[in-house]
Design a protein around this ligand. Sequence first.
Ligand code: AMP
Length: 285
Amino acid sequence: MTLKLAIPNKGRLYERSVELLLKSGLDLGEDWGRRLYVTDKCHGIEVMFVRAQDIPEFVYSGAVDLGITGRDQVVESGYNLDYLLDLEFGHCRLSLAVPEASGVKSVADVPHGARVATSFPRTTKKFFDSKGKNIKIITVSGAAEIMPYMGVSDMIVDLVSSGSTLKTNRLIELDRIVESQAVVVSKKGKGKDKESADIVDSIRSVIAAESKMYLIADIPKISLNTVEVMFPGMAGPTVVNIAGRDDMVAIQVVINKTDVYDSVNELRRLGGKGILTIPIDRLVP
Ligand code: AMP
């Protein structure tokens, strides 16, 4: 059976989505950048390049088995899909923001009938309904930040990452409605299929490996206790005898990338030799 996977065809989520698939070992061929879909025949996976906004619909309807898109898009779609994996990129939040000069300091201050510009009408309505506020939604397909300035709306609900666009447009963030990042989704219960689980596990192992390094070193046997304390890590270091050496052993251990600097210096001070750090492609704990 061919597994169908939809990923964004452009925009902020596109490049990293492709990178994760390639690092997971999918063969997308030579010209995937110019194709609307590609098939990795070896692994029986078809990758469709479509708009991030449409992906929840395609997953829900069964047109594809899995999708990579922003959590915000899944929430906005209203479909009850399974979140199989957080991809740790595309972080942003869907927030309510008002002009600095509006005097509105909290959601409670939002007057009934306020005009709210957004590309997320469904989520916005749900949010204000939950607050007991009757507002008027003005649906736009982008550039919501400028709507209060143009007099089109009194406030906005839009995606924010650093907050600098809000600042530039003299808007204050009042409330966070959805915390988002790129996710892998499937239709309810479908992510447990072997084909889906295999690709999700592969992507997970790629993400897990990216923050780690493999470290190999020869160390004096007398330092072994200290080294074992230094690397409590996943399962402590693997210790291997070195032929013809009674005084030294070799250690192998997975460490955080952020610890490489200190670990190598410390091992050197303990008499370590032949210290190597090696990137890891995949890590399955
Ligand atoms: P795009 O195709 O570039 O419009 O990407 C849209 C998706 O990128 C959104 O649905 C979010 O999941 C994600 N994203 C991450 N940061 C931001 C941001 N600051 N503004 C808009 N979208 C963002």
